[in-house]
Design a protein around this ligand. Sequence first.
Ligand SMILES: Cc1cc2nc3c(=O)[nH]c(=O)nc-3n(C[C@H](O)[C@H](O)[C@H](O)COP(=O)(O)OP(=O)(O)OC[C@H]3O[C@@H](n4cnc5c(N)ncnc54)[C@H](O)[C@@H]3O)c2cc1C
Length: 405
Amino acid sequence: MTRINARTSLQADVVVVGAGPAGSTTAREAASRGASVILLDRATFPRDKPCGGGVTIRCANLLPFSIEPVVEDVITGARLKIRGGREQVRDAEQPLTYMTQRRHLDAFLVEQAQAAGAEFRDGEPVTEVRAHPDRTYTVGTRSVEILTRVVIGADGANGVVGNRLGYEAAASAAVALEGNHVYPDGVPDRWKHRVALHFGRYPGGYGWVFPKGDHVNVGVGGWKHAMGPRLREHLDAFCRTYGFEMDRLEQLRGHHLPMQRRGMVMAAQGSAVVGDAAGLVDPLSGEGIYAALASGTAIGPVIEDYLAGRVSSLREYQAVLERGLMREVDASTALMDIFHAWPDPFVWMLGHSGRFWQGGVDLLRGDATYEDLTYSFGRPGHALLKPASAIGRFITARRLRATER
Ligand SMILES: Cc1cc2nc3c(=O)[nH]c(=O)nc-3n(C[C@H](O)[C@H](O)[C@H](O)COP(=O)(O)OP(=O)(O)OC[C@H]3O[C@@H](n4cnc5c(N)ncnc54)[C@H](O)[C@@H]3O)c2cc1C
């Protein structure tokens, strides 16, 4: 019996698998440099995704266009609380974060990639990625088979591209559970323009309330090994602290956040991984859209050089990240170790010290980096960072072991 291959054969310079912020940015960057690009996603767009949808100003500034059409609230302040303590309200004179819904944000970013010339095919789960000896690749779904010189994995944690091409998977070190409390008549004023952040009860993380157009997004997240089995319990307690009922939350969803193990390979020959597929989530805040856009932006010029034969592989992309984003991941990791060992003084200072709050404002707006913050207490303070983070890790591990007993 003859088997008929019903798949359509296509060719492209670049195939990007996954149309989240990392994939659509990669596709837009490559297409705007003249490459023929096919962007694939298994979901039918617009699609939702478990995410707070917070786009910090530093993140939005990475884009060459405004995301205003999908912004539902502009955050200018925060309501900060540690355990059962009194809430501290801080405000900034400027916008800090845009609140979006991923269903709208991601579709909008895909439209920008299409406008730059990328071909978008949704509802196409990629199941096959093969490297050939002549340095080309085949990317296959049920309906198409694409021959390409470059394949980019933007398919999130444990994505198929990394898996098929032998990349090490990022550790799913953090977990989060979130849902929406809907206000059909509009979000009450008390929740508008500020995020509520709750610390001290969630090992490695925090609880949040993020305002959107007709609902607030309510969630908790933290280290998988410490929070994982008790996520629902944590969210229930968080809801009670802020006057919500967990049972009334809509679209309740849990999800893993991938975290890089330092030294992981992110590019080889004509392939690379970007965004969550490379585990590029900010360890301290859990912010992942920034790194998704930053990695998608960083790889654009490298793809152009590779296709033009000016470089022999995409490895320069990894070098670019090592010089920039990865230094931020390192600084954020060190600050995370310190913060979670001693959250009380840090939350108190955020709530009471103008200088400390301004540091957070500058970070969210991109006027300072994590590395800059590590110099807030001068060179001696910076020199103490490594030992302090090691002590922090030790204290946290001991505390967690004690609570597990
Ligand atoms: C509960 C929660 C809250 C969060 N809140 C925030 C926040 O407020 N702000 C922030 O900056 N970050 C937040 N993050 C992190 C952020 O959601 C991610 O870091 C970000 O989505 C990464 O973007 P990405 O493009 O790399 O991957 P994704 O957005 O996950 O996109 C991957 C895409 O790949 C597609 N795909 C997967 N497999 C295949 C396949 N085989 N074939 C074809 N397509 C495939 C998927 O359908 C998906 O569209 C949060 C995460 C969680 C879990």
